[in-house]
Design a protein around this ligand. Structure first.
Ligand code: LLP
Length: 423
């Protein structure tokens, strides 16, 4: 079910025509569909039916307060990786017992924040972290619930920058050392060991690596239980991929992913958590941009648009593919032309795609980058003093700006000129 469709020849987000939003907020902007977020959450929830489970939305994918509020209302939990994200979760109404805290570099201040405000569990990633967390909890007179993130040394078969489950990656403790690390954790006075955590990477389009990793977790559960640990919760991470190229083979469905989970860890009597980000947010958002110029180069045509790498960095950073569709539906059978679609930023890396076949578009036309709801707005910057672009949430016929474009004065006045440079 796609909530971004052409209706009467104009691309809509649910029931709102995109030119209507463009007229109000200007371009470029991000637009999200409420119904899509809800649908993706529901599909995952159904995929895990029959299991005692909690879907902890990985807010790093899209942490706008409106999106978090929507997820909290659906009953989701949330995965946070910084004190800032923890504060966002609390502000959006997630109770502490639905917040899990991941990340390799948690500071004492972040631990204190979460222990004081309430936390479901810390996913601990190293022995030094374990010792600090125990000390911080003891000082506060609390017991910190933890899982240890194990690194199963499994190839996630995804882009190297977002693979996390190989021995060479900085994440987790080697699964081969799990027994000694758990023995140590059990002896630390400030910790309550509740389970095991694993996350092997992002944008996985094959279930096999999940299956391998989860089988290793199941095996480890038996071993650790035999050692006397009360393993009662398994955090299986996020990572399920989404279709970026509609023409390509579709990645596995949530229900198929759910079957892998049930098959591998379903009979252990554990509570199961997952930390999906992209599969919930990715295809719930578009980046809408305006064409500024069409420029003829020596051997190619450039479509220069008003969005750039600072707004959506995925193509520049990961060579990522995003579908591009004109907001005005092209006539059937129209001839396609190859374009390099580029932004105004002063780097050749500011290229969204090369040689993409597109219907004829010209200055003033709106285009939309699909699958931009995850790792889009959250990774944006103000490089070239280009203001962070607005985010808009659609709900049926309604839309609301959920983050405004800052003014240039706001941007400039954030900087402080020291007094010796004034006058
Ligand atoms: N849990 C942990 C511990 C993670 O590190 C991540 C993602 C997730 C869950 C959520 O993974 P997802 O379900 O979204 O695949 N910026 C990159 C993606 C980075 C992913 C980082 N960790 C991109 O634009 O592709």
């Amino acid at each position: 079910m796609d909530h971004f469709l052409h209706q009467n020849g104009i691309l809509h987000a649910e029931d709102v025509a995109l030119p209507e939003i463009a007229a109000e907020v200007g371009t470029p902007f991000y637009v999200y569909s409420t119904a899509t977020f809800e649908r993706h959450y529901r599909l995952l929830d159904e995929a895990l039916s029959g299991l005692d489970h909690l879907i902890c939305y990985a807010m790093k994918a899209n942490s706008n307060q409106a999106i978090l509020t929507l997820m909290a209302r659906l009953g989701a939990g949330v995965d946070v990786v910084s004190g800032g994200e923890y504060r966002r979760a609390i502000a959006a109404g997630f109770p502490g017992e639905r917040i899990v805290f991941s990340g390799v570099g948690k500071t004492r201040a972040e631990m204190e924040l979460a222990l004081t405000g309430g936390i479901r569990q810390f996913n601990v990633e190293s022995e030094p972290e374990m010792h600090i967390l125990s000390a911080v909890a003891e000082k506060l007179g609390k017991l910190a619930p933890i899982t240890v993130r194990v690194n199963p040394d499994v190839d996630a078969k995804t882009h190297e920058k977002i693979a996390t489950g190989k021995a060479e990656n900085k994440f987790g403790i080697p699964i081969s050392r799990a027994r000694e690390v758990y023995a140590e954790a059990a002896n630390l006075p400030g910790l309550d060991v509740v389970g095991i955590d694993v996350h092997i990477g992002s944008q996985l389009t094959d279930l096999e690596p999940f299956e391998q990793a989860y089988m290793k977790v199941a095996e480890l559960t038996h071993v650790l239980r035999a050692d006397g640990h009360d393993i009662r919760r398994l955090d299986l991470g996020g990572g399920l991929g989404i279709p970026y190229e509609r023409s390509n083979n579709a990645p596995p469905l949530p229900v198929e992913y759910g079957e892998v989970i049930k098959r591998t860890v379903g009979d252990l009597g554990c509570e199961v958590e997952i930390e999906p980000g992209r599969i919930i947010a990715g295809n719930a958002g578009l980046l809408v941009s305006n064409v500024i110029y069409v420029k003829s180069g020596e051997d190619r045509d450039f479509l220069i648009v008003d969005a750039a790498m600072n707004d959506l960095i995925r193509p520049a950073m990961y060579g990522a593919y995003h579908d591009i569709v004109p907001v005005v539906e092209p006539a059937a059978g129209v001839e396609l032309t190859p374009y390099d679609v580029v932004g105004p930023v002063c780097e050749s890396g500011d290229t969204f795609t090369k040689g993409r076949d597109l219907p004829p578009v010209g200055p003033g036309d709106l285009i939309a980058f699909r699958s931009a709801g995850a790792y889009g707005a959250v990774m944006a910057s103000e490089y070239n003093t280009r203001p962070l672009i607005p985010e808009v949430l659609v709900h049926g016929h309604q839309f609301a700006v959920i983050r405004q474009r800052p003014t240039f004065d706001e941007i400039i006045n954030r900087d402080i000129v020291p007094k010796w440079l004034k006058g």
